[in-house]
Structures are given as C-alpha cells and as structure tokens.
Design a protein around this ligand. Structure first.
Ligand SMILES: [Zn+2]
Length: 397
C-alpha cells in the first residue's frame, strides 16, 4: 500500500454510510458496494458491537424485519483479552468470516471500513454482570449502563478496540456511548407518568457505585454527604416539591460539590480515552468518538470537549432535521473542538423522507458553511432506495 495513497483514503471517507452486517449479508456484499459506489459513498460504518431490537428493512430481499440479539459482537473476539466481562457473540456472524470478507471487499475498492461500536450502553452485559452496572444515589441500579469508572468495564472497552484494530483490521473505530449514561439512553421500554426534566434526569443517573465514590474520595469530596444531598434532591424532584430549574441551579453552581463530582467524572472519561488510544497504539486504526448530545450539555456525561480536541483527529457530531438547531450546534462544536477537517456530520436519512427532501441539501449546505466536508449517513438498510438515491444527487450538489 502506497504511503499517503489508498491508506489515507481508507482513513478519511468523505461520504460514509452506516450499515448492519445483515444488510451486506442478505443483499450481497458486492451488490451493496456497487450501489454505494454509484452514490459516491467511499466508506461503511459497520455496526460490529451493537444493541439488539427489531429492525425494519425496506429493501432487504430476505427479510422485512430483522431481530438482532442485544449487545452482540459481529466478529470473533479474542476472549482471553476480555477478562471479567465476556461479550455476547452473534450466533451467525460471530465466527468473523463474514466481517473479514466485507473488509476485503471494501479495501479492494479503496473504500474504508469503520467499526461502529457501542461501548457502555449494554443491557445484556449489565444484566449478566450486575456488579459493573451504575448505581444512583438511592441505590437503584442504572440497568443497561456499564459504569466507565469500573476497572472491569474499562478492560472490556480496551479489549474491544484492540481486537478491532489489530485482529479485525478496521481503519477507524467509531465509539458510541463511551461515557456515563443519560437517563434517556436506556434501550428498553420506559414508563413515565410525571415530567422528568433534564436536571432530575441527570441526578437519577448520577453514578455512586463504589468505583465512582472511590475516585471522588481521592479528590477530597465528602462523598457520603454528597450522596445524601443528591438523594434528597431526587426525592423532592420526583414528588414535585423541587423544580427542575432549581435542581439546575445547584448543578450549575461551581462551588457546589456536585460540580466537583462532575469534574471527577470528566477525569474518569478522559483517562479512559487515553487508555483506549494506548490500546490501539502501533496499529493503523484510529478512534473516532460519536458525540450525540448538545455541546453545552455533554459535560453531564463526563465528556470534556477540550480534552477530545487534543486526543482525536476526528469526531462524529450530530445533526437534526432542524437546520437552525443544527446550525447552532455546529457553531458551538466548531468553536470548542477546533478540529477543522476532523468534524464528521451524522446525517439521518429519516429526516429526508417526504417534503424535507430539500432540507437534506440544506443540511449539507449548513455543514459545508462550517467547513465540514465529511458526512456519515444513517442508515443504509433502514432507508428506502429512493431516499438513498438522494445521496447520489447530493454528490453533484
Ligand atoms: Zn460508577
């Protein structure tokens, strides 16, 4: 492979698309890649560690719906590396044969292969290993949310990225849910009879597991008093005697121990990201975090944007169907991250259905206005073929 030639192309797809393994397996790898090449797509972000659920498939010849097992890996992991947490492997694709074929076919065409992986939002592992699940101030398990302060969870994440970089041989590892959980990120059904504002939601999923408490104690935070204080606020918030705005005032007060606790959470995530980068050192792969929150809210989950700027060449940032909202969000991300060519905009094709066709072009225009010229479209197998065709028309836009 020539230096700076195809290798460079593998790493930096200009227009990639998210896909699931069954999309390629059921429709045929070469058929799918032919179609994508015609649309000007030069990379696939393939879900290789992903949530389960029911997926509706508008153009899959074999299925109208696919039911995927939760928390499954779509490659063969080197299990000895994973130590305490043994990942669930997909029964059909877990041998790794298919993903190796997909990688070969992509590289033959100079298309890049990104492993798109969910790290800590994993209901299956959370239920199998209750001790690694987050716990809130009331002692409730935050089911589905593996705590990133837990050493076993960190080892699991390191093993996963190392496996993908060195054994599967992907070009980029795009990591989703690599921080503390939001109360909205739970993948199971939720039953809510009262308003849960963003601040009460934050406190409900603020982790007080033994590892989080230990880190806080090392930072000289009186964790027992803080836990009691948060518990009281949660109870008052749930009963309606404390408004979400007033909870927000406490959270925002820099002298409140809650703010200092937030700093230890940021440290937990920043050091984790360093460990992940170390795990892939010496391979050709790069890690690309997916940011799914508003830039001014993302600190709540332990993500320090300025720390990302120094550690990653690329990050994936969200867009919405509202061009104005996307504009404001991109503006903040562009300002804080200063990554210039490193921003990859996630464009949801669902937003392109119906009358919004023009807005897809508008969204691309808004991104390009910020110097963003790399896109990942979501998702190949969930969109209709005529919607996919819009990507082709945008290529000449
Ligand atoms: Zn914790």
């Amino acid at each position: 492979m020539a230096l700076g030639g195809p290798n460079h192309l593998h790493r930096s797809p200009a227009r990639a698309i998210r896909a699931f393994v069954w999309d390629l397996a059921d429709e045929g790898i070469h058929e799918v890649l032919d179609r994508l090449a015609q649309l000007g797509i030069d990379g696939i972000n393939l879900a290789l560690a992903y949530h389960g659920g029911r997926f509706y498939c508008p153009h899959n010849r074999r299925h109208g719906m696919v039911h995927a097992p939760d928390g499954a890996l779509y490659f063969q992991p080197l299990l000895s590396c994973y130590e305490a947490l043994r990942p669930r492997v997909h029964p059909e694709y877990g041998s790794g044969v298919f993903v190796a074929r997909a990688r070969e076919a992509l590289h033959e065409r100079n298309m890049s292969m990104t492993a798109w992986v969910v790290l800590f939002n994993n209901l299956t592992l959370s239920m199998s290993y209750p001790n690694v699940t987050g716990v809130n101030a009331l002692g409730d398990r935050i089911e589905g949310a593996l705590c990133p302060a837990n050493p076993d969870v960190r080892t699991y994440a390191q093993a996963l990225v190392e496996d993908l970089a060195s054994r599967v041989g992907v070009d980029v590892i795009e990591i989703e849910d690599f921080s503390f959980a939001s109360h909205l990120s739970y993948t199971g059904p939720r039953w809510i009879g009262i308003p849960i504002g963003p601040n009460l939601g934050y406190l409900l999923t603020l982790c007080f597991c033994q590892h989080c408490r230990h880190r806080a104690e090392e930072a000289n935070i009186e964790i027992g008093a803080l836990k009691y204080h948060v518990e009281r606020m949660v109870r008052q918030g749930l009963s309606g005697s404390l408004s979400d705005r007033r909870i927000g005032d406490e959270i925002a007060d820099p002298y409140n121990p809650i703010s200092r606790y937030a700093e230890t959470r940021s440290e937990t995530i920043t050091t984790l990201l360093d460990e992940l980068n170390e795990s892939i050192a010496g391979t050709k792969a790069l890690i690309q975090p997916i940011l799914s929150e508003h830039p001014d809210e993302i600190w709540r989950w332990g993500v320090e944007l300025r720390a990302l700027r120094e550690r990653f060449q690329s990050v994936t940032i969200p867009t919405t169907c509202s061009i104005n909202a996307t504009h404001a969000c991109l503006d903040r991300y562009a300002e804080i991250l200063e990554l210039e060519r490193g921003l990859v905009a996630d464009i949801r094709l669902r937003d392109a259905e119906g009358e919004a066709n023009r807005s897809l072009a508008g969204l691309i225009d808004a991104c390009e206005g910020f110097g963003i010229d790399r896109f990942v479209f979501s998702h190949y197998g969930l969109a209709r073929l005529d919607t996919l065709d819009l990507i082709g028309s945008l290529a000449h836009h």
